[in-house]
Design a protein around this ligand. Structure first.
Ligand code: NAD
Length: 262
C-alpha cells in the first residue's frame, strides 16, 4: 500500500490530533508520501512540530493565510526545499465564533470579509502558488460542508463553503491543462475542536451534551446509522491524491454515511 511513495505534499490545517488534517496526514504517510506542514501562529507551532515529527517530517512552515506574503513565501520555501510538489491538502477555515449562531442577517462586514479570505479565497491563492511548482501535474484538495441548504447557525461559514465549492470548479477548469486536479471533500460532523467550538453557542442543539447530539443526529439522519470518522475522510483524500483518481476533478464528494443522499 505505498502508492504515494516518492510523492511530496503539503498539509495545511493540523491544529492537534483531533484535526481532520491529522487523520489525513497519517493515512498519506502510511501510503508512502512525504509531508510538509504549516501552522498559522507561534501558539500552534509548538503543537504542529512534534506532530510532524511523529510522521518523520522535519518540514514545517509558518503560514497565516490571511497574509498574502506568507502564502507566497510558503511556496518559495517549498521550492527551495523540494524543487516541486505533488499535492496540497487545504483544511483551513475560520469565522468569529459569535457569528456562528443566531441569524445570518447579523453577520458583520468585518467578519464576513475575514471568513471569506481565510476559509475560501486562501484556497485560490494557495492553488495559484502551488500550481507554479507542480511540474508533473498534481492534486489540490479542500474541505467543505453541505452548502446547498441553509443550516441553522452555520451562517457565514455556509456562504464561505458555497463560494469555496464554486472555486473548486473554476480552479479545476483553469488547472486541468496542467494535469492538476482540484476537488473538495465534504464530511459530515467530525468531532474536532473546530466543530465543537462552533457548536458551543446558546442556539446550538448540541450545547448541553455534544455526544448525545451526535448520537441522536446520526440515528435520525444517517442512512448507515453512524457518522464518518477522520479515517473515512483520509481514505477519500488518499484516493483523490493519487493516480487511481486521475480522471476526477472539479468534484465535491460527500463523506456522510448517507446523511445527504443526492
Ligand atoms: P480544526 O480546528 O482542527 O482545523 C481548522 C484549521 O484551520 C486549524 O488548524 C487552524 O489553525 C487553521 N486556520 C485557521 N485560521 C487560519 C489562518 N489564518 N491561516 C492558516 N490556518 C488557519 O477543525 P477541522 O474540523 O479539522 O477543520 C478542517 C476543515 O474541515 C475546515 O475547512 C472545516 O470547515 C472542514 N470541515 C469540518 C467538518 C467537521 O465536521 N469537523 C465538516 C466539514 C468540513
Amino acid at each position: 500500500m505505498d502508492l504515494m511513495k516518492g510523492k511530496k505534499g503539503l498539509i495545511m490545517g493540523v491544529a492537534n490530533e483531533r484535526s481532520i488534517a491529522w487523520g489525513i496526514s497519517q493515512k498519506l504517510t502510511e501510503a508512502g508520501a512525504e509531508l510538509a506542514f504549516t501552522y498559522p501562529a507561534d501558539a500552534l507551532k509548538k503543537r504542529v512540530i512534534p506532530l510532524a515529527e511523529k510522521l518523520n517530517s522535519k518540514v514545517t512552515f509558518s503560514c497565516d493565510v490571511e497574509k498574502k506574503e506568507d502564502v507566497t513565501k510558503l511556496f518559495e520555501d517549498i521550492k527551495s526545499q523540494w524543487g516541486q510538489i505533488d499535492f496540497v491538502v487545504h483544511a483551513v477555515a475560520f469565522s468569529d465564533k459569535s457569528e456562528l449562531s443566531g441569524e445570518y442577517l447579523n453577520t458583520s462586514r468585518e467578519n464576513f470579509l475575514r471568513s471569506m479570505l481565510i476559509s475560501c479565497f486562501s484556497f485560490t491563492e494557495v492553488s495559484k502558488e502551488a500550481a507554479k511548482i507542480m511540474k508533473e501535474g498534481g492534486s489540490l484538495l479542500t474541505l467543505t460542508y453541505e452548502s446547498t441548504k441553509a443550516i441553522p447557525n452555520y451562517n457565514v461559514m455556509g456562504v464561505c463553503k458555497s463560494a469555496l465549492e464554486t472555486s473548486v470548479k473554476y480552479l479545476a477548469r483553469d488547472l486541468g491543462e496542467k494535469n492538476i486536479r482540484v476537488n473538495a471533500i465534504c464530511p459530515v460532523l467530525i468531532k474536532t475542536d473546530g466543530l465543537i467550538k462552533a457548536l458551543n453557542n446558546k442556539f446550538s442543539p448540541a450545547k448541553k451534551n455534544v455526544n448525545k447530539f451526535f448520537k441522536e443526529f446520526s440515528k435520525q439522519n444517517s442512512a448507515l446509522g453512524s457518522l464518518p470518522t477522520p479515517e473515512h475522510v483520509a481514505s477519500m483524500c488518499y484516493y483523490l491524491s493519487q493516480i487511481e483518481s486521475s480522471s476526477i476533478t472539479g468534484q465535491c464528494i460527500n463523506i456522510d454515511c448517507g446523511v445527504f443522499p443526492q
